[in-house]
Design a protein around this ligand. Sequence first.
Ligand code: ARG
Length: 464
Amino acid sequence: MTDSNTTSEKPWGGRFSEPTDAFVERFTASVGFDQRLYHHDITGSIAHATMLAEVGVLTAEEKTQIIEGLEAVKADIEAGEFQWSVSLEDVHMNVEARLTDRIGVTGKKLHTGRSRNDQVATDIRLYLRDEIDVIAEELQRLRAGLLDLAEREADTIMPGFTHLQTAQPVTFGHHLLAWYEMLVRDAERLLDCRKRVNVMPLGAAALAGTTYPIDRSITARLLGFDRPTENSLDSVSDRDFAIEFCSFAALLMTHLSRFSEELVLWTSAQFDFIDLPDRFCTGSSIMPQKKNPDVPELVRGKTGRVNGHLISLLTLMKGQPLAYNKDNQEDKEPLFDTVDTVKGCLKAYADMVPAIVAKADNMREAARKGFSTATDLADYLVKKGVPFRDAHEIVGKAVAFGVAESRDLSEMTLVELQKFSGIIAEDVFEVLTLEGSVQARDHLGGTAPDQVRAAVARARQQLG
Ligand code: ARG
């Protein structure tokens, strides 16, 4: 990156009588981070030049010269032969200055009928639309992997928890489908957000529109936008779409963070419910026995920055009067980092989830130990005519006995169980088994293995 300190180089230098302070120049520049928009900036400029020629503001020859020049600038950037200049402030002025270097005075006509204010708003939308499409695909891959795992583990029994205390047995597949549902909502939110991203602000110019006979529907069509925006002031100042994306991202990361917390717990020696393959873990430099679940831990940790970026953008916007303000330059780093973080976390999860190995015996043993079929015993009594509150009391006493004896309900003899209620008969053992317990919850949304398989089939159809 070059640093210079002259007024003459600035496209807006005309009314200035002294050069920008060297520090201020660096302080106000965005080229250090917005150069990543170069591709979309050039795409937007090509569409703009094409439209200007169609409405007669540029000649066909000027248009061709500009387009060829812009393609050459893009090639320079991609070949690493582009010197970004801080004194040219941002990606937009850097590209334009290089265009003019290459093709001469015609390059200076590109900016006719537009401003950097509508240009940058357009660039971010084009950039974000592409990233949304990449993220949507990665989310889809994670969902598909989750469904495969849920199907594989449809019959695997684990303890279901409330308050992180063993509550009732569930199937592991059912637990995984709870994660899946969160991701369905995330995918819906992302697609919904895309609708409001895909609207074109170009043509709003600085804030009020332009005096040239532009046709915004041409540019919108060329750039694949659904339509041009309605109001020029709103067009240059609106960043709702970025906030909506960050809000989608914060919720997605919150979900991934919850999954991560469970994976971390489950890989611990105390739970020992699953194994993560070595390639997703790291060791300790001092404790030779350690295998740490770094990937889930890091995903959980990265949720903090994504949630933070959402707050950054909301705060960035809350005090801004219409229309464009320099504040808006601060939208990019939070947005870019959100995109990068979400893409990385989704990739890690989409790669890792299908490789999760369930330790079915340990899960089953944990479900067995925690009196997880106590509700089933209460339901059994209720079905035989005992009021639920009395049944609760009876089972509570049986559990207390089991705790004292270190035995699960299913390990008690019929005679022992009958001490708590004479209504209990031999058929009680059908409901006290873990398999009986999960199979009995056989309705839409329930944990029965058949319901899990049916839910997977429905989800696959929806996923396409
Ligand atoms: N670098 C600026 C941004 O990111 C581009 C728009 C600047 N417009 C202006 N009038 N200074 O927001």
